[in-house]
Design a protein. Structure first.
Length: 110
């Protein structure tokens, strides 16, 4: 049986995950170069997904007493693939000669 505190905790984690993911999306749009955009897209998005999946995991655990292996695997694979993907993108940018300082000078100022 689910308590009100358990439901509240799960809801807070899911909403917190949505907020962090939204802020990450704004950062990926607003940052000036590939390196900072990659950081925003991988690190904080992984944290947002962690909060959302952890909230869902706690909900199912407290409501049904069910341990969801799929949610645990989702958390694991997000933390496995997000940093690796970010690293590969930044490494490709570095190897092709993308310079962060040059991009900052040509970035539109609003």
């Amino acid at each position: 049986m689910m308590t009100a505190a358990g439901e509240l905790l799960a809801a807070i984690l899911i909403v917190l995950g949505a907020i962090v993911s939204f802020i990450s999306a704004i950062g990926a749009i607003r940052f000036p170069d590939i390196y900072t955009r990659s950081h925003a897209a991988s690190k904080s998005t992984a944290l947002g997904v962690l909060f959302a999946l952890l909230g869902a995991f706690l909900y199912f655990l407290l409501a049904d007493g069910h341990v969801s292996i799929r949610l645990l695997l989702g958390i694991f694979f997000v933390f496995l693939t997000a940093p690796v993907g970010s690293h590969v993108v930044c490494r490709a940018a570095y190897r092709t000669g993308v310079n962060a300082e040059e991009l900052k000078e040509t970035a539109p100022v609003e």
